[in-house]
Ligand binder design. Structure first.
Ligand SMILES: Nc1ncnc2c1ncn2[C@@H]1O[C@H](COP(=O)(O)OP(=O)(O)O)[C@@H](O)[C@H]1O
Ligand SMILES: [Mg+2]
Length: 318
């Protein structure tokens, strides 16, 4: 079957109005998202936001309440076999197969995917090399470090060479060194042209190497775009930090102006959020001078990745 005849317009993953309810709880609320082939999508959100629910539905393991998800044009709800062959899903909790060796573990999944014996050996060797686990091929899975177990988890989802990978918090619970190893491995997978959805509750972990980012909270996708796009959206509301011996007077002088959307007090520092990039530092200075407020220092706030995240999730930007 040619997926391109199914009206997916070339998207690797197309999610439309996806909703999942557990009784009265709406775990996923009208999620819409489209990923092009080769895209690396960083799926960011706190615990309970709905990341795992989304991945399980796309992997065909959980039924949505409404809405749809299509992988390469095929609906996940009705094309189970297609999804199994084209999606590699790595769950957040690593399954334990304690008494198997690394090779046995991978061969088990290779046969589950219907690879014939010769193909199986070749493929197991390839994924062992890819994840740098060749030297552990005869080691027992239970004896591996947490970082190695995560790499083995990745080796497992790569065994049938699927074009779409769903990796649920692959770096969670790892030490810094193992985190870096996982990140390097993901970078390598990106060069293989795979479409990757990778989740985390830490933005900075995914920010630099994802081609696009989505922030989900309480089942709703708040924003979606490249880091550059998200940063410029956050910049649409510049923040000026005023250091002053008179924070209360500063607040009073600025609070009645519609160009000021938010004022936060932190001791002698006052954070002033402005309504548009056209509203400058100059405007704040003029207001404060007119009110006779003493300014010790005034500067536009630098936007770190974390600050972009905070602004986008605090509801300052929509
Ligand atoms: N099987 C379930 N039954 C009831 N509620 C669930 C179930 N699975 C997940 N939830 C709830 O759905 C919400 C989203 O969960 P989840 O998708 O696991 O979030 P995340 O992966 O972002 O931490 C949470 O409030 C969670 O408690
Ligand atoms: Mg989860």
């Amino acid at each position: 079957m040619n997926p391109s005849t199914n009206g997916h317009h070339g998207a690797a993953l197309e999610i439309a109005g996806l909703t999942k309810r557990y009784g009265r709880l709406t775990a996923l609320d009208d999620l819409t998202l489209s990923l092009a082939p080769g895209e690396v999508f960083g799926f960011i959100g706190p615990n309970g936001a709905g990341k795992s629910t989304t991945m399980k539905i796309v992997a065909g393991l959980l039924q949505a309440t409404s809405g749809s998800a299509r992988v390469l044009g095929q609906d996940v709800a009705t094309h189970g076999e297609f999804i199994r062959r084209h999606v590699g899903y790595m769950p957040d909790a690593f399954g334990v197969y304690d008494d198997l060796t690394v090779t046995e573990y991978l061969q088990f999944f290779a046969s589950a995917y219907g690879l014939v014996r010769s193909e199986r050996r070749k493929r197991v060797g390839e994924v062992l090399d890819l994840t740098e686990l060749r030297y552990k091929e005869h080691a027992r899975v239970e004896g591996l470090s947490r970082g190695m177990q995560q790499r083995l988890g990745l080796a497992r989802v790569l065994i049938h060479d699927p074009p779409l990978l769903l990796l649920d918090e692959p770096a969670s619970g790892l030490d810094p060194r193992a985190r870096i190893e996982i990140r390097e491995l993901l970078k390598h997978l990106r060069t293989l042209g795979k479409t990757i959805v990778v989740s985390s509750h830490i933005l900075s972990e995914l920010a630099e190497f994802s081609t696009s980012l989505g922030i989900i909270e309480r089942g709703k996708l708040l924003v979606h775009g490249s880091l550059a796009e998200l940063t410029s959206r956050a910049r649409a509301h510049p923040v000026v930090v005023v250091t002053t011996p008179s924070p209360e007077e500063t607040r009073t002088a600025l609070s009645n102006d519609e160009r000021v959307t938010r004022i936060e007090m932190h001791g002698t520092q006052v954070r002033v959020t402005l309504d548009s990039p056209q509203t400058h530092l100059q405007f704040v200075i003029e207001k404060l001078l007119a009110a006779g407020v003493r300014i010790d220092a005034i500067a536009p706030e630098d936007l770190s990745v974390e600050e972009v995240f905070l602004r986008l999730t605090r509801g300052v930007v929509n």
